[in-house]
Write a protein that binds this ligand. Sequence first.
Ligand code: NAP
Ligand code: F7E
Length: 336
Amino acid sequence: MKTALITGITGQDGAYLSEFLLDKNYRVIGLQQPSATPNTQNIDHLIGTDYFETVVCDITDSNAIFRILKNINPDEIYNLAGQSHVGLSFDLPDYTAQVNAIGTVRLLEAIRILDLKNTRFYQASTSEIFGNADHSPQNEDTPLNPASPYAAAKAYAHHMVKIYRESYGLHASCGILFNHESPIRGAEFVTRKITKAVVKIHKGDQKNLALGNLGAIRDWGHARDYVRGMWMMLQQDIADDYVLATGEQHSVRDFVIQAFKHVDINIIFEDDGLDEIGINSKTGKKIVTVSPEFYRPNDVHSLCGDATKAENILKWKPEISFSELIKDMMDAEINA
Ligand code: NAP
Ligand code: F7E
């Protein structure tokens, strides 16, 4: 039986990856941030089941990382721990670097110094490292041009993984993942914020949804497809970096329109910039507004991934479409 160590076990990807690996008969050990009130809602259904356990460890604590890696000597490490909110990284640049950049180096150093020769390492890299790229779609050769403290920290980690792979022969791969969502996406990310609000507005529990940059365009996939790709990367004989993406683009505004359709509300947008509003075409009520509060000091306006390399080498392809993603998120919200 193989042992996988997952950092960021309580997050969206940590939970889906755990389910995926347990199905493949792995023993899964998750690192969980210390907290007086642990945030375990995404993994509560796994706690207490066979071959699943969690260990308390903050990714900023080198000694704890060394001790845990020495004890476990895992076959695979998936480094998913992250301060993952791009907007928040502008307020917390120091902490974001400690977790997203140096946290990765702590793990790489532990593997190297403890001489864990059979341990394979996955790094949660991100499309944000491309920033506002000058060509589209983006692939593994696109120059890095980070536009936020989050992206800069992830770009540093991305480079360090390559440096450890080339300098010390570590089996270490970066998954350059474009946005992926699900019913358990954090509520502070735009897709989940929208699906939650749409259901509340439909039920009459909320009047209005205030958003930021409605014109931002993303390549959104489903987290279930992307965790499968993470695992596939670590099954390769030779470690390498891969883009995982759908190659399809939608704006935040489009996501809003599609989500409201699920509750039979047709929404029409009028005006632009901070004055843009979304109106319920039946009632004439204003249900979407724009607030400067949700704008970032610098935003990535458009991202689109080219996953040809993953398709050719890993035989990975996303199986869940954009409309199925929205349906999954909306159905879960309605049933919650
Ligand atoms: P997420 O839901 O925000 O999960 C992040 C996880 O990291 C949580 O378990 C969190 O713990 C943990 N964490 C945060 N700070 C930590 C620390 N100091 N020590 C230990 N654990 C810490 O993010 P996700 O969507 O699952 O994404 C997983 C990883 O992929 C992240 O690194 C993210 O930056 C990256 N990524 C995500 C996407 C995407 O679209 N989802 C795309 C590309 C890359 P708590 O639950 O206790 O906060
Ligand atoms: O924003 C715009 C916002 O916060 C998407 C993380 O998982 O994916 C994620 O980063 C877009 C941005 O995700 C609101 O300005 C408008 O342009 O959902 P998001 P993100 O920034 O793309 C990447 C790949 C990661 O690696 C990250 O970890 O939507 N937007 N209005 C808004 N965004 C938020 N959060 N809230 C709004 O009200």
